[in-house]
Each structure stands twice: as C-alpha cells, then as structure tokens.
Design a protein around this ligand. Structure first.
Ligand code: ATP
Ligand code: IP8
Length: 258
C-alpha cells in the first residue's frame, strides 16, 4: 500500500483572521474525502495551528521561547488539543480510524533540530491499521525552553518513518505562486518546481505573519523532502474533491515540488 502524509492547513480548517474559529463544514468535507480513500492507503494526518495555534503563540510570545506568563504555554497546548479534537471527531464521524497523538509528548528539540522523536506510538498505530493524527504544536527545547514545531516539519518526520513518497499540503490557495496571490492579482500558479528552483524561490518570498514562517517554511520542508525523494503536492483544500483526486493519483490542479 502507498504511504502518504496529509497536512490540513490552518488556513483551511480555521478562519485565520478570527481567533479560535474553526471551519467545521470544510473540516467535514475534507474528512469525507479522506474517508473515501483511507482503506487503500497508509496514511498519517497532520493539521496546522491556524487561528488557534498562531494566535495564542503570538499573544504569549511563545515562539520566542518559554513565555513570561507561564500559563500561556498551557493555554496554547489546550487550544491545539481542542482543535485536534474537533478534527478527530469529524474524521471519526466519517469512519476514518484516527488516533490522536500530541507532538509535545513525543518530540523535543535542541535549537533548530529535533533531538528526540519517540516514533513508537505512531508506528504501533499504523501497524494495527489506525491513522495517526498529529498537529503543529509547542514542544520543549533544551536551549530555549520551548519552540513551535510546525505541522509542515512534522509531516516530513512522519514521511521519513513511514517511507511515504508523497506529502499533500492543503492550503487556501491553488498551490504555490510566483508571488503571494492574496496580495498580487497577477500572481501565476507554478505547476512544477524542481528542488533546484525551490531555493531560488524561497529567497524571493516573505515569511508572513505566522510564527512558523508561512509559505517559506513549507518550501524549506518541501526542499528537504525532495532531497530525500519525497514529493510535496500543494493543493487548495476548499476546492471540490481536490484532496481525494490527489490521493487517488488522478489529475489535479496545484503545485508539485520534486
Ligand atoms: P498553518 O500554518 O496555520 O497550518 P497553512 O499551512 O494553511 O497554515 P499558511 O502558512 O497560512 O498555510 O500559508 C498559506 C498562505 O501563504 C496563503 O494564504 C497565501 O496568502 C500565502 N502565500 C504567500 N506567498 C505565497 C505564494 N507565493 N504562493 C502561495 N501562497 C502564498
Ligand atoms: O500551523 C504551528 O503549526 P503550523 C502550530 O503547521 C502552532 O505552522 C502551535 C502555532
């Protein structure tokens, strides 16, 4: 069976301009698409922070290290688990056998590097036929106290351990453009990007307002993935059945980084 990692972007599953607001209809729609293919694939699902994670992380400056207001980190963890529960409930209601796994329990970092990844709970779940469901999270860091580990980065770690050849990123745009399509009407969708081209593109893009670096972080992850022979596919998570089409290896509109 083919192994695939899916990232449900925070820009798709939450209203990024409204703190702590999920998009339940979109989540249900994505769950239904995943449900139609989940028996034919080895899947891991990861979701982003959106207006839960990024909002709380910025409010308490958690992306800089341990917050001065200690409870801020607890609130971030609680809100991410709440968003994770919303996503899990939807997937389970659609018959997708997910097991929620909190990154703070299995990852820790030292500086920019992941130095602990306790992958057994993930592999155990997969071996028993379940689908691990993780999310971008705060994790403890040996130097800074804590740091935000993006869902994108977690996707890459999962792809490595389950030998996935493909990560599918659902975003609120049709894929990667030559410039931010929300700011430039003449932005052009780039359908295929080689790993050599990615580096050049990154230097033109801004990190945006997110605590994990937005589209730049995604491209860095895609670059690292491509170096390991893992393809990254960027699609619009709002677009009718696009996720299902990619998962079924059918034609789709989006960006492939290889
Ligand atoms: P989260 O980090 O909350 O999970 P996400 O993974 O859904 O969110 P974002 O990090 O919000 O995705 O990145 C998507 C956003 O990146 C788009 O809304 C778009 O405005 C912005 N963006 C900036 N430059 C580009 C570009 N060149 N191509 C595509 N999107 C871009
Ligand atoms: O949204 C960040 O993960 P991302 C999660 O995938 C938090 O970048 C807690 C902000």
């Amino acid at each position: 069976m083919e192994s695939v990692v899916i990232k449900l972007g925070g820009s798709v599953i939450t209203k990024k301009d409204e703190p702590l607001k999920e998009r339940i209809e979109t989540i249900n729609n994505l769950s239904s698409q995943i449900s139609s293919v989940c028996n034919d694939l080895n899947l891991c699902i990861v979701h982003g922070g959106g207006s839960f994670g990024h909002y709380i992380a910025k409010k308490y400056a958690i992306h800089i290290g341990l917050p001065r207001i200690k409870i801020g980190l607890s609130i971030l963890e609680m809100e991410m688990r709440r968003l994770n529960l919303i996503v899990a409930k939807s997937l389970i209601n659609h018959g997708v056998p997910v097991i929620q796994i909190s990154p703070i329990d299995i990852f820790s970092t030292k500086g920019d590097e992941i130095n602990v990844f306790h992958s057994k709970p993930i592999l155990d779940a997969i071996n028993k036929g379940y689908i691990p469901l993780l999310y971008g999270d705060v994790v403890f860091d040996e130097e800074k106290g804590c740091r935000i580990l993006s869902g994108d980065q977690i996707c890459l770690e999962l792809a490595k351990i389950i030998s996935a050849r493909k990560i599918v990123f659902c975003m609120d745009t049709m894929g990667i453009y030559d410039k931010d399509p929300k700011k430039h009407n003449d932005a052009k969708l780039i359908k295929k990007i080689s790993k050599e081209e990615v580096k050049r593109l990154i230097s033109n893009f801004s990190k945006g307002d997110d605590v994990t670096g937005g589209v730049v972080n995604k491209l860095l992850v895609a670059y690292e993935a491509a170096n390991m022979g893992i393809k990254s596919i960027f699609i619009n998570g709002f677009y009718h059945n696009m996720l299902m089409r990619v998962l079924r290896n059918e034609d789709y509109i989006g960006t492939e980084i290889y």
